[in-house]
Design a protein around this ligand. Structure first.
Ligand code: BGC
Length: 707
């Protein structure tokens, strides 16, 4: 049965506001009952499914599991763990009757203040791409789809719908497309979401080069491309560029599309191509198969997966004199308003309506610790007051963090006598629509600083330890205060069960094995992108454009994150790839085996400490002189050991192809791998190199790109 042009056009435009089945989700495609095409359902987002928890006329609740955010899962450096987690997430998506999860978010952490960094993975394209691919494989193994987003160069929230990312061809290829290239080739997502922003003057949504030449022709993507939630003024350009589905959709877009097809501005072939892709997507969906979804996913079991994933990903930043783990029998004085108001996930489309979010008070009690009850009551009481105030003033509170209540030095002195250890929880929240800021956000607030200073001073005087838990959505300043305290745990926003995972780390039930997927700088301004991030915008553009708001020059080029800090020898607070363990590891001599295409390295890691633990081996490569100017080292592979018992070893294998070693040469428009000897650095972080080897490329290789 053939479809009419009108039916075809309505298939390419989402059915906003006309959804049935699963109400109030981000989007729907349009049903065409005459030809048996059902409506499909698309919903956010990266840390779990975002559904409205209640429905008119139903007494059932539709809570979803809040999983750890993208940034925390990237800290695991363990694609298999992420895939396990997203299998669970995917089953929840399916059982709630949703066909596509609008995730993962995978833009590069170009700058620490991007308000959506927590949804994204890393400052490194390889880590970001591998994590995204694993995420997609897990979700899609459950028979539902993913939409990797936001394609591409969508690295800030300020003026997110219009900002023009101005990027060199090389930086675009190596930093901002490479992660998507890996995700597409290794994850095979059903769909990709084009972003809102412009790229070198053109909306990404309208870029044929991006959505067709690169994504489909070069990388072989065969799925569907949808717009982010708002098609720009030219429906025609969006379809011609390679979007198959305009989301969330409206009547005007359908009319425009019809008119464009009738006038020939969009050819029948172009229309049919997009229709075919939408149909190919629809026939894969559970909805098409009439899957009898239960609306009853096993939320309890899923909560355990969220907890385990968080615990396996949390980073231990600091641990003086073996402060952690604690034994479990300690009396704990728990400070910080975030100890009662813990942020499980971020805001905006990255939010998840969970039935509950655990807090650190209940988690430490559940783990067997005894809390200082007066202090616990104090924070609970103040939090209740803050909530009342918020309700009365209709949410006047600063959304980035809660005001930190004062605890006087005299009170702290009393508590230091009565307790064995102090734990301070600091929180930060952010989300879609706004970037973070420098003052009182990247920097600690004055009350937070005072709390750390006073607690540390008083507890240290009586020989007791201080632990800080960073419940944050993005990088914060740590250099000025980290040495005041004895231990720092970084769980980011670890999902609804996060505090229990933190307690698992504090107690040593889980030995931390997470490593940073980005750099913690000493100063914010040490990031070269800081010169061109909204925080420091000026009116220097053409026609009075605001730099950082209307356009953002990516002047740091390929020198993003550790590529800059290491090559240009800028001191950092914590380097990329860094994270501590309660045990120690020895790295054996690596063996390099050259193959037809690149090489395979094997290296044996041995647990030389006293606790079972896991290690992430990171392979950085230094290219020979003579080719393009390159960062002094770049991550090219990584592998994580299983849990090794004390004394136990494991041989890990890391594979690097010739193409993986290539850089993008703008003058020849090709990827190039120079001949010569490459130095292979096997590290426990980007700066803690444990073994070195060499690999010789006998003949230069190039991969020309037809642009
Ligand atoms: C966000 C996307 C999200 C979509 C649907 C957009 O504003 O940028 O990430 O998937 O809304 O909620």
């Amino acid at each position: 049965m053939s479809m009419t042009t009108e039916e075809k056009c309505s298939l390419l435009v989402g059915a906003a506001g006309e959804g049935s089945g699963v109400p109030n989700v981000a989007g729907y495609t349009r049903a065409i009952p005459r030809v048996g095409i059902p409506q499909t359902v698309l919903s956010d987002g990266p840390a779990g499914l975002r559904l409205s928890p209640t429905r008119p006329g139903s007494s059932q609740t539709f809570y979803c599991t809040g999983f750890p955010v993208g940034t925390l899962t990237a800290c695991s450096w363990d694609p298999a763990l992420v895939e396990e987690m997203t299998k669970t997430m995917g089953s929840e998506v399916r059982e709630y009757g949703v066909d596509v999860l609008l995730a993962p978010g995978m833009n590069i952490h170009r700058n620490p203040l991007c308000g959506r960094n927590f949804e994204y993975f890393s400052e490194d394209p390889l880590l970001s791409g591998r994590m995204a691919a694993a995420y997609v494989r897990g979700v899609q193994s459950q028979g539902v789809g993913c939409s990797v987003k936001h394609f591409a160069a969508n690295n800030q929230e300020t003026n997110r719908l219009e900002n023009d990312s101005r990027i060199s061809k090389r930086a675009l290829r190596e930093m901002y497309l490479k992660n998507f290239e890996i995700a597409v080739k290794e994850g095979h997502p059903w769909t990709v979401m084009s972003s809102y922003n412009k790229l070198n003057g053109e909306y990404t949504q309208q870029s044929h080069r991006l959505l067709t030449t690169i994504l489909r022709n070069e990388w072989g993507f065969e799925g569907l491309v949808m717009t982010d939630w708002g098609c720009k003024d030219s429906t025609v350009k969006a379809v011609k560029a390679g979007n198959d589905l305009l989301m969330p959709g409206n009547q005007r877009e359908r009319d425009r599309l019809m008119a464009a097809v009738e006038s020939g501005a969009i050819s029948q072939t172009e229309l049919d191509r997009a229709v075919r892709r939408v149909l190919e997507y629809i026939v894969k969906t559970p909805r098409y198969r009439n899957y009898p979804y239960s609306n009853r996913p096993d939320l309890q079991a899923h909560a355990q997966v969220a907890r385990r994933t968080a615990a396996e990903s949390i980073v231990l930043l600091h641990n003086e004199n073996g402060t952690l783990p604690l034994s479990g029998s300690e009396r704990v004085a728990l400070y910080g308003i975030s100890s009662v108001d813990f942020f499980g996930v971020g805001t905006g489309s990255g939010f998840v309506h969970t039935s509950h979010v655990a807090n650190m008070q209940e988690a430490l009690v559940a783990a067997g610790f005894t809390l200082d009850q007066d202090l616990a009551d104090y924070y609970r009481h103040l939090y209740a007051l803050q909530q009342d105030k918020e309700r009365m003033e209709a949410s006047s509170i600063d959304k980035r963090h809660r005001p930190e209540p004062e605890v006087t030095v005299r009170t702290i002195e009393r508590q230091a006598q009565a307790n064995d250890v102090a734990v301070i929880v600091l929180g930060r929240i952010a989300g879609e629509g706004a970037d973070r800021v420098f003052h009182d956000d990247f920097q600690l607030t004055a009350p937070e600083r005072e709390l750390i200073q006073n607690v540390s001073l008083v507890y240290h005087k009586v020989g007791k330890r201080v632990v800080v838990v960073l419940n944050i959505v993005g990088v914060v300043e740590t250099a000025s205060w980290k040495d005041l305290v004895d231990a720092i745990i970084l769980p980011w926003t670890p999902g609804q069960e996060g505090p229990h995972a933190v307690a698992d780390i504090i107690k040593g039930k889980v030995n931390p094995s997470g490593k940073l997927p980005m750099t913690f700088p000493v100063n914010y301004m040490d990031h070269p992108s800081a010169a061109n991030f909204p925080y420091r915008w000026d009116m220097s553009g053409k026609k009075g454009e605001r730099r950082g708001v209307d356009f953002t020059p990516y002047e740091e080029d390929i020198w993003v994150g550790y590529r800059h800090f290491i090559t240009h020898d800028v001191a950092v607070s914590y380097p990329f790839g860094y994270g501590l363990s309660y045990t120690t590891f020895d790295y054996g001599q690596p063996k390099i085996k050259a193959g037809q295409d690149g090489f395979t390295a094997t290296i044996t890691v041995t647990n030389t400490g006293h606790m079972p633990g896991r290690e992430v081996v990171q392979l950085y490569v230094s290219a020979p002189a003579g080719g393009l100017e390159k960062p002094s080292r770049e991550l090219k592979a990584f592998a994580k050991s299983k849990t090794l018992m004390p004394g136990e070893s494991e041989k890990l294998t890391l594979t690097v192809t010739a193409y993986d070693l290539a850089s993008f040469n703008e003058s020849t428009t090709s990827w190039e791998t120079a001949a010569g000897t490459y130095v292979l650095l096997f590290g426990a972080s980007s700066t803690d190199i444990r073994q070195t080897a060499h690999y010789k490329v006998k003949k230069a290789a190039t991969w020309p790109i037809a642009e």
